[in-house]
Design a protein. Sequence first.
Length: 372
Amino acid sequence: MPNNKQKIPFRYDIVGSFLRPESLKKARAAFTDGDISKEELTTAEDQAIIELIEKQKKAGLHAVTDGEFRRRWWHLDFIAGLNGITVYDFQTTAFGITTDAQGTNVSGPLSFSKEHPFLEHFRFTQKHAAPILAKQTIPGPNMIFLDSLILSKEYNENPVYTSLEVFKEDLVKTYQDAIQAFYDAGCRYLQLDDTSWGGLFDDRFREMIKNNGLDADQLLNDFQEVTEKALANKPTDLAVTFHFCKGNFQSHWLYNGSYETIAKNLFSIDAFDGFFLEYDDERSGGFEPLADLKDQRIVLGLVTTKNGLLEESSIIEKRIKEASKFVPLDQICLSHQCGFASTHEGNHLTENDQWKKINLVKTIAKNIWQDA
């Protein structure tokens, strides 16, 4: 738990990723071109992360991250480090733009590797964050379930598992081992980022799921079961939060639909200490689904990372008041709807915009909650 004894998630919090500085972008490009070694790239990452941590401390954050500076993708780099996963390149138009991308498919029995590079990445962050709490973000298990198996053409052409039940058992065990490994490394604030739940309420994705021989409503129960079992052995002093947004690729989004479809199942997962949900535009819908929340905290993502326009405090405060009609104000926290750079390219705003938005969230929270 944090040194200041405040509750996780915090009244003002962050999702995790930050815009990569130009120095790091240049180093990564040089590494890709073969002009610098892996060791030189790591040195550049180390320096950029140390500088970022100091900026987060200066901004007054209660928990800091490495900005996901070592990753190309918010999710794929972690998934690629698991046993039984294959990564491949392709082009996508899913976000409304044509761009190079990467995908994953289950190509063998799933398991967590004790040599997973994210463990050492966390130790580095924790060392330089001290005495501030280090927050670790990883994709949730259903990212693999949906993208690497159900909707994977590669997997469907070469299936590995005899049944979904056997696959789910391995997926659960993989995440149980991952959670314990991060805990053993010293992690006390872990976040599962899992946008796959959006595929269960988006009509286009529901049709894709149907075309692959499965039912989205049944998968909703499967997603809940997998997540609950993955968290079943969670140490009592490890705080775990859930983050969901409807896509955040270079300021573009992916899913449409309402939280109403998933709210009861998602909020029934008692092991989560809180939920980060996107609420920065009209696509998010109303706050009514929050009535299904139990006693956990809800972190309202009311400040957007998709552009640099700074929101008006009065409007954000008004929306928090609206949300408090469905969930007690004491259970509400505030953040941005997503990270600032879910991929190494980053969203369409400047670093100056980024820090202004972080300060805005902090200022609003301190105006509303005495324990902020």
